[in-house]
Design a protein around this ligand. Structure first.
Ligand code: MG
Ligand code: MG
Length: 269
């Protein structure tokens, strides 16, 4: 069942989303060659704590997971697509890092992710990340009243496929609100005009995941959490929590001016 949020609830989600935006900005700032993923998790814990926010990630245990998630961020390096567990790994020059973070404030959840390169980037990684950002922007632009879930999925998938990238099936966006994962699910590929109609008050996490090698295969790591590309290529993951409103999509987890819609093809971190 899809829960429609009141305008006041969306404002409350925006407050949670701003904390997520601040946390991701701080993690990105701290991420450098030689820094460990655990240290980045510590940075995120500090920002969440200072904001009086909780973590919807810490202790989270979905049906597929063998253990409760032990951290407040997912840190996925290179061939890891999503759900990487922060550990002792120290970032190396040129690593592609995807960081996913959530916050709970006054009972409302924000959920957002970024990909970026640590140290000196490879051109192909920048292109992959830029495409993920464009796919996210396209998905957000399609998140308007009267459209359907399939329009968002189609917008995301078209950008990814046109650039020659793979898409892991079965993982993607979702409704978000008092819980991190609510109905409906928002796939990263689909047919336009299909699925649930979008209405004022829906809140969705939109989150393209791209496989750089162009194939779609992926598997779960031995840790039971991390999804990795089968072809060993690098992956990118970007995400915003977005409210569907009669005035247009409202980004609740922006890392620049809050609520601004990114211009097509431009960075919006
Ligand atoms: Mg997320
Ligand atoms: Mg999400």
């Amino acid at each position: 069942m899809v829960e429609l949020k009141t305008d006041l609830s969306i404002d409350a989600m925006h407050a949670a989303g701003k904390v997520v935006g601040r946390t991701l900005a701080a993690v990105r700032e701290a991420a450098d060659v030689g820094v460990s993923l655990l240290e980045l998790d510590e940075v995120a814990r500090q920002v969440l704590g200072e904001a009086g926010a909780g973590s919807p990630f810490l202790g989270y245990r979905p049906a597929f997971a063998p253990t409760p998630f032990p951290a407040v961020i997912c840190a996925s390096v290179n061939d890891a697509i999503v759900h990487g567990i922060p550990g002792g790994y120290r970032l190396r020059d040129g690593d592609l890092l995807s960081v996913d973070c959530g916050a709970v404030l006054d009972g409302w959840v924000g959920d957002s992710a970024i990909s970026f390169v640590v140290g000196k980037p490879r051109g192909q990684d920048l292109r992959l990340i830029e495409t993920a950002e464009r796919a996210l922007a396209a998905g957000i632009r399609a998140a308007v009243v009267g459209n359907r879930i399939g329009d968002i999925a189609h917008a995301i998938g078209s950008v990814c496929r046109a650039a020659g990238y793979g898409i892991p099936d079965g993982f993607g966006g979702h409704g978000v609100g008092r819980r991190m994962h609510e109905d409906p699910s928002v796939p990263n590929e689909g047919r336009p005009g299909r699925g649930m109609r979008l209405r004022h008050g829906m809140a969705l996490a939109i989150e393209p995941m791209l496989i750089g090698g162009g194939t779609d295969g992926f598997h779960t790591d031995r840790d039971g959490w991390t999804l990795r590309t089968d072809d060993g290529s690098r992956a990118a993951h970007t995400e915003h929590t977005v409210a569907i409103t009669d005035e247009g999509p409202r980004i609740l987890t922006a890392r620049q001016e809050p609520g601004r819609l990114p211009a097509p093809g431009r960075e919006h971190r």
